[in-house]
Write a protein that binds this ligand. Structure first.
Ligand code: SAM
Length: 505
């Protein structure tokens, strides 16, 4: 039962393809988008005004849609619109909260095991939602644009229509600048996340988003500037819309894994201590979740965004849970085959067959590490005499193959453990260097706005690095103990052998 419910879990972080490509299927005629209630001129004038109003601070302020992350000014309008649009009366209300700035708070007693929310499908935003600018939607569908870029473009298109869009109350309540690593500049990532593998994941994600936008622009927008004016459909607005998707899009397993923005449900914050997820409920025909504990009036209600590490939570949602509170936390340990290895070529070739490379990352948890990591370490330290086993080791190091993972080579076990320990220690020293220097960073900043931002990012990075280093310390402790046991076992065996030899002499 637990297994089945795990499969049905919904997370707030759908996987975003590493290379979200668009497939052009056929060419199409040039069409003009005139929103239903506005004349063409006033529509574009309005768009230009909204972009211009961002002024010189655009890079910091982002696009002008949505509100401050902690603002509840638009909450009443959102709640009223949702009620008019079919959301049944709720036992929760949007309020300022201590965790997550705004969240849903119990207004009445909520029992454990109670179903809450019941957001009907008419209130979801999906890839099939009707576009206020119908022609723009038709163009994207002609090009078979995948769900993620389609939804990102839909959000921008609806946002710039403001009150002419059905979703204006929803969009007005979205954060203007979602917390997300998409908003960190490259120097900020390099400076604050140098020690963590999350830096690389963030760079890849930013590149994916940029690549997706450029692809849309070059293939589609450039051919339809009337529908997709560059003043609106630009990198800054895509950063915003992808930031919204990464932090709010829900995968609904009971709707065949469909992704959707679910207004109201997306006001729920995450807790690592909670084990309940959003999903579509066929019997009530709405998105619900079942509480796994009771709540009293005034208490914030939480869900789980899925079993994610602190790094993954920072990457998509822009927060790091309190130290030691996330049982799903893990840190990526990077292992490499040494270029000076006599069998470097053969080892890399064996890894390549499994889709692996000379440098691989493996997740370490406070409770241990995967068998694949040990297999990789065996390969890294194995001598030329073991060349016939390289393929077996590489296959066991891959999490894609079904081959035996639990391999053991007694003769090189000590070397393999020492290799992992050395890699751990190299990693720990990077974290320690960052954490030691973080106290003295950024004191030269004179602009208070910038200082706040820097202090905030630095704090997030310190929290992440502290939790990641903690797992490495634990691994270091376990590895040292194992090595000590192996070495003392060897010593005992040696003494025994010596004793026997003397006896026979
Ligand atoms: C799905 S939204 C939840 C509603 C959000 N608090 C809001 O006001 O719009 C996800 C965002 O909420 C915030 N959040 C959620 N859980 C959090 C937590 N445990 N700690 C800090 N921030 C959290 C993060 O900013 C995240 O990007």
């Amino acid at each position: 039962m637990a297994g089945a419910s795990r499969i049905l879990q919904t997370t707030f972080l759908p996987t975003f393809s590493k290379n979200p490509s668009l497939h052009t299927t056929r060419s199409h005629s040039h069409a003009c988008c005139v929103p239903p209630t506005t004349k063409r001129g006033s529509f574009f004038d309005r768009i230009r005004c909204s972009v211009a109003a961002a002024g010189e601070d655009t890079a910091m302020a982002g696009v002008l849609w949505g509100c401050d992350v902690d603002s509840v000014d638009n909450a009443a309008a959102l709640q009223a619109w949702l009620s008019e649009s079919g959301l049944p009366p709720q036992k929760m209300g949007i309020q300022k909260v201590e965790v997550g700035e705004r969240g849903l708070v119990a207004l009445k007693n909520v029992r454990k095991g109670e179903k809450l929310l019941f957001v009907p499908p008419s209130l979801f935003i999906t890839a099939d939602s009707n576009w206020s600018c119908r022609e723009a939607g038709e163009v994207l569908k002609q090009y078979n644009v995948p769900d993620w870029p389609l939804l990102a473009t839909y959000l921008i298109s609806e946002a710039c229509l403001m009150n002419s869009s059905r979703w204006s109350n929803y969009i007005a309540a979205l954060p203007r600048q979602p917390y997300s690593l998409l908003y960190w500049t490259r120097p900020e990532l390099d400076r604050y996340l140098e020690a963590s593998q999350i830096r690389q994941r963030a760079i890849e994600r930013i590149n994916d988003v940029t690549g997706t936008y450029i692809d849309l622009r070059d293939r589609i927008f450039s051919k339809h500037p009337d529908l997709f004016p560059a003043e609106v459909f630009n990198m800054e607005s895509y950063r915003w819309s992808f930031g919204i998707l990464f932090s709010r899009l829900v995968r609904l397993p009971s709707m065949d894994g469909r992704v959707a923005l679910v207004p109201w449900a997306d006001m729920l914050n995450h807790s690592c201590e909670v084990d309940t997820f959003l999903d579509y409920d066929r019997s009530s025909q709405g998105v619900v979740f079942t509480t796994d504990r009771a709540y009293q009036p005034g208490e914030q209600v939480f869900i789980s965004y899925g079993k994610k590490s602190n790094g993954e939570l920072l990457l998509s949602y822009g927060f790091v849970p309190r130290e030691g509170t996330n049982p799903s936390d893990s840190v990526e340990l990077s292992l490499s085959i040494s270029k000076s290895d006599k069998c470097y070529k053969e080892k890399v070739a064996a890894l390549k067959k499994q889709g692996l490379s000379a440098t691989q990352c493996f997740p370490l948890q406070i409770t241990g590490w995967p068998l694949e990591l040990m297999a990789y370490a065996y390969l890294a330290v194995s001598p030329p005499s073991m060349i016939s086993q390289f393929d077996e080791m590489a296959a066991a190091a891959s999490n894609k193959t079904t081959s035996k993972k639990d391999i053991r080579y007694g003769e090189i076990e000590e070397d393999a453990l020492q290799f992992i320990l050395d890699s751990c220690e190299a990693c720990i020293s990077k974290y320690s260097k960052f954490l030691q220097s973080s106290g003295s960073m950024d004191l030269d900043v004179t602009n208070p706005k910038l200082l706040n931002r820097k202090a905030f990012l630095k704090q997030l990075a310190v929290d992440l690095c502290t939790s990641e280093r903690r797992m490495l310390f634990r691994a270091q402790y376990i590895l040292r103990r194992r090595l000590r046991d192996i070495r003392s076992g060897e010593l005992k065996a040696l003494r025994l052998f010596d004793g026997l030899r003397k006896l026979f002499k």
